[in-house]
Design a protein around this ligand. Structure first.
Ligand SMILES: NC(=O)c1ccc[n+]([C@@H]2O[C@H](COP(=O)([O-])OP(=O)(O)OC[C@H]3O[C@@H](n4cnc5c(N)ncnc54)[C@H](OP(=O)(O)O)[C@@H]3O)[C@@H](O)[C@H]2O)c1
Length: 432
């Protein structure tokens, strides 16, 4: 049978894993694919860089046009990352009649409309299992295995770096800065960790999952997103006292024809399945109307888990399975885009920490404001002064009953204007 010609764009962390397996496990992979898999080109910036894989020198190129012009390249695997030139290379590959596999969540979250529409126009397929959850087959689960369901909600831990940092803070009692330094020392965090700790990476992945589950909807910029970079150890401790842990939770749910989307540190009951997800692991809890709840967990990043997902897509493309699935997903449809559910229609419980002067009547003043905004209190704990609190200020931790997000935010803004409040209040949602 005719070999399937493959070009690899990028040969860094993930690309070198994919190249190595394509070379060393070629027989097994070709057997699974039903035809010989042939790596024809590896595109890089610097051909002299050592890559931990013995690449034949005549397949290394720095010129994308070499890939584009080769009629034997049928599949382009994009592992460059970032927005440009990745977007450009993907679009040009599709236009040249080549199928594309990518692990690039940023490019799909920002330019998915254009990429999926171009694939449809040219009758090609974009496979992206590796873009969310590394080796966890969550894309296949949503696209194929749960096809009979209307997906109702997704709750997920999608960023391994943030989850590692939170686990360190929780279990070792260290500050955010110390936990981040440890993540960097172990190679779990980049020198510039902004994309991970700001929540942006999780928001990119949530945008992809939401598109698969609910269809095209709000843009990635509309996702409400807060990372863990402002999280204080004190809040992890107070949450723990109340029986909760804090995770960077990415949530999407469908209600009344609107989709709610947010990424933020969230209190999760310590016995809930997502609270057990430690270190660099990811997990995704999906609720469907037929199946009920299903949970997917595993290594959400890293060379080999991501390679596993890329090669699964490659085998699916070789067999023709990916093409069939892709056509049924209708990821490019632009009419009837689901609107974002506005904050005034979102309800949640909240954890609220206010820092107030330690004098009589203060809690009454706070409770009055919350009551005026229909925010009902489920518990209040006044703690001893924290080291980092200035003067005589003390932290008061309030758990609310389920309340309206807009009303809650207004109440907090008003509380922060009270003369007895010594620092901006901190609040996080509580997952149910
Ligand atoms: N790392 C993970 O664990 C992981 C997990 C899931 C998904 N992903 C996604 O996988 C993708 C790749 O990540 P990675 O960690 O493997 O990245 P990486 O280690 O930074 O590798 C990027 C590769 O792209 C090449 N490259 C960059 N710009 C180029 C250009 N303009 N022209 C040609 N080649 C260029 C680089 O070439 P040189 O080597 O010559 O500089 C390098 O080989 C990203 O989208 C990432 O989000 C990564």
């Amino acid at each position: 049978m005719e070999p399937l010609g493959i070009a690899l764009l990028g040969c860094g962390t993930v690309g070198s894993g994919v190249a190595r397996l394509l070379l060393t496990e070629n027989e097994r992979l070709s057997k699974r694919a039903g035809r010989p898999l042939r790596l024809r080109w590896v595109l890089v910036r610097d051909p002299s860089k050592p890559r931990g894989v013995a690449l034949p020198s005549d397949i290394i190129t720095t010129d994308f046009r070499t890939v584009l012009r080769d009629p034997q390249v049928m599949v382009v695997i994009e592992l460059i990352g970032g927005l440009e030139p990745a977007r450009h290379f993907i679009l040009q590959s599709l236009e040249a009649g080549k199928d594309v596999i990518t692990a690039n969540k940023a490019v799909l979250a920002h330019y998915g409309d254009d990429i999926f529409e171009t694939a449809r126009r040219y009758g090609r397929t974009v496979a992206f299992e590796a873009s969310v959850g590394g080796g966890i087959p969550i894309i296949a689960a949503l696209a194929e295995e749960l096809a009979a369901n209307q997906i109702l909600s997704i709750q997920a831990i999608l960023n391994g770096t943030s989850n590692f940092i939170l686990t360190q803070m929780q279990e070792e009692g260290v500050s955010y800065e110390a936990a981040l330094a440890e993540a960097q020392r172990r190679g779990y965090a980049e020198a510039d960790p902004t994309l991970d700790v700001s929540g942006a990476d999780a928001a990119h992945k949530l945008a992809i999952l939401s598109r698969l589950a609910f269809g095209p909807g709000p843009s990635v910029q509309e996702i409400f997103c807060r990372g863990i970079d402002q999280l204080q150890l004190a809040d992890l401790r107070f949450a723990q006292e109340l029986g909760y842990t804090i995770k960077l939770l990415a949530e999407a749910w469908l209600q009344d024809g609107q989709v709610a989307l947010h990424v933020e540190p969230t209190l999760i009951h310590r016995l809930a399945p997502l609270a057990q997800v430690r270190g660099v692991y990811n997990a995704i809890l999906v609720r469907g109307d037929v199946v009920g709840q299903t949970l997917y967990a595993g290594r959400g990043a890293g060379q080999m888990p991501t390679t596993s997902a890329i090669l699964a897509d490659l085998i699916d493309l070789a067999i023709g399975r990916a093409q069939l699935t892709f056509r049924t997903l209708r990821l490019w449809e632009n009419h009837n885009r689901l609107p974002l559910r506005p904050p005034e229609r979102i309800r949640s419980r909240f954890y609220l920490r206010i820092t107030v002067e330690d004098r009589p009547g203060v809690i009454g003043e706070v409770a009055t404001i919350l009551g005026k905004h229909q925010v009902s209190i489920s518990s209040v704990i006044q703690h001893e002064a924290l080291d980092e609190c200035e003067g005589e200020a003390v932290p008061v931790v309030i758990m609310t009953h389920t309340t309206n997000l807009s009303a809650f935010r207004l109440a907090v803004a008003q509380i922060d204007r009270l003369s007895c409040v010594a620092a901006p209040s901190i609040y996080y949602p509580v997952a149910d």
